[in-house]
Structures are given as structure tokens and as C-alpha cells.
Design a protein around this ligand. Structure first.
Ligand code: FNR
Length: 189
């Protein structure tokens, strides 16, 4: 059985190290996982004034989340939290009230930073938001990846053997987690 994983890259930067990490992760993932980016850069800043006449860009974003078997969020930590653009996207996903697109959609979070704690604080904020959005989260393994020069080679692969092994395990666990959630929360239910 294959699973469609929608992914969100928390950074809008062209040379985002989190996008590089995401692309390297997909190469290590079980073949049953099919990845598709859910972009959010074109969403306006959310306000509930939009709820009465929800724009197409917001509808498309919500629909892409709802059509996914799981969501993987690969994000930097900005100022010890998540980037504003990502928070804005999550706010869009959560509304209008009663139409929260994340409800019952399993999720995983991961991120990288040059700093020693590798997005740990930002990820805790993200987990709090996803909890409120009623998304079952993979609790463990956690993955706080300190980005170092050469960690990802020119071919876009994880060059460091220890990191590659750890991340392969992370994706294997994510696959098993998605399958486990679907036994109790079949998609479409
Ligand atoms: C950062 N950075 C950063 N790093 C970190 O480990 N903890 C933090 O709180 C912050 N805060 C922060 C705020 C803002 C506004 C910026 C632009 C950057 C540094 C950050 O980890 C670095 O720029 C990474 O390259 C960000 O990942 P992306 O955007 O390249 O994927």
C-alpha cells in the first residue's frame, strides 16, 4: 500500500537548508511513501474576514492537506519559534471554524539549523499547534538536525553515514506510524 505524503517547507528562502534536507530525506524514505509539496507562499495574511468568501488559493491549500494520507513539515526555527509564513499557512488550514483541514491527518515534524539545538524549540511550538489542530503526531523519533557544511553533498544526498542511518530510521518509523494511524482512523472516515 502506498501513502501520499504532503509536505510543507517552513522556509521561503531560495537556498533553504530545510528544503535541501527534505529532498535528501525523500531519497532515504521507504518506496511506499509518495511525496508532494503543498506550497503556501501565495496565501495572503489570514484574517477571519476571508471566511465569508474563502479565496481559491485558500481552498486549494486546504484541499491538498485533506487529500494527503499524512503531512510532513520540514521547517527552520525562527526566533525560537516557527517562521511566520508557516504559522500563517497553518492558520489558513484551521479555518473557517469547524473546517479544520488537519483534523485526523497524521503528521511528522523535522528541521535543521546551523545552531547546536537544531530547531528543537521551534519544533516544540509546532507540536503544540498540531496538537490543537487534532493531528495525530509521530512522537518519536524526534529529529533535531544540526546543519553542517558537507552534510548534504552536491548530489543532494546525506553525505554523513551516521546522519543518513538516523534519517533512514526516522522515515521508516514515519511510514509505520502512518500505517498504524490508518488502522484506527481510516482515511475518508
Ligand atoms: C534564524 N535562525 C535561527 N536559527 C536557530 O537555530 N534558532 C533561531 O531561533 C533562529 N532564528 C532565526 C530567525 C530568523 C528571522 C532567521 C532568518 C534565521 C538561523 C536559521 O537557522 C538559518 O537562517 C537557516 O538557514 C534557516 O533555515 P532555512 O530558511 O535556510 O531553511
Amino acid at each position: 500500500k502506498t501513502y501520499n505524503v504532503g509536505y510543507l517547507i517552513g522556509s521561503l528562502a531560495r537556498e533553504s537548508i530545510n528544503r535541501k534536507l527534505a529532498n535528501a530525506l525523500f531519497k532515504l524514505a521507504p518506496e511506499q511513501l509518495k511525496f508532494k509539496e503543498i506550497p503556501f507562499a501565495d496565501l495572503p495574511l489570514y484574517s477571519y474576514d476571508y471566511d465569508a468568501d474563502f479565496p481559491q488559493v485558500g481552498r486549494d491549500f486546504k484541499q491538498a492537506i485533506e487529500a494527503s494520507d499524512a503531512i510532513l513539515i520540514v521547517t527552520p526555527e525562527y526566533n525560537r519559534s516557527i517562521p511566520g509564513a508557516l504559522k500563517n499557512a497553518l492558520d489558513w488550514a484551521s479555518r473557517p471554524w469547524g473546517k479544520n483541514s488537519f483534523a485526523h491527518i497524521p503528521s511528522g515534524v523535522i528541521g535543521t539549523s546551523p545552531g547546536a539545538i537544531g530547531t528543537a524549540v521551534g519544533q516544540q511550538h509546532l507540536r503544540s499547534i498540531l496538537g490543537f489542530l487534532n493531528s495525530p503526531q509521530m512522537n518519536s523519533p524526534e529529529a533535531y538536525i544540526q546543519f553542517k557544511d558537507g552534510m548534504i553533498n552536491d548530489a543532494g544526498e546525506i553525505a554523513d553515514a551516521g546522519t543518513a542511518k538516523f534519517l533512514t530510521g526516522y522515515m521508516k518509523e514515519f511510514h509505520e506510524f502512518i500505517a498504524r494511524v490508518q488502522t484506527v482512523l481510516p482515511r475518508g472516515a
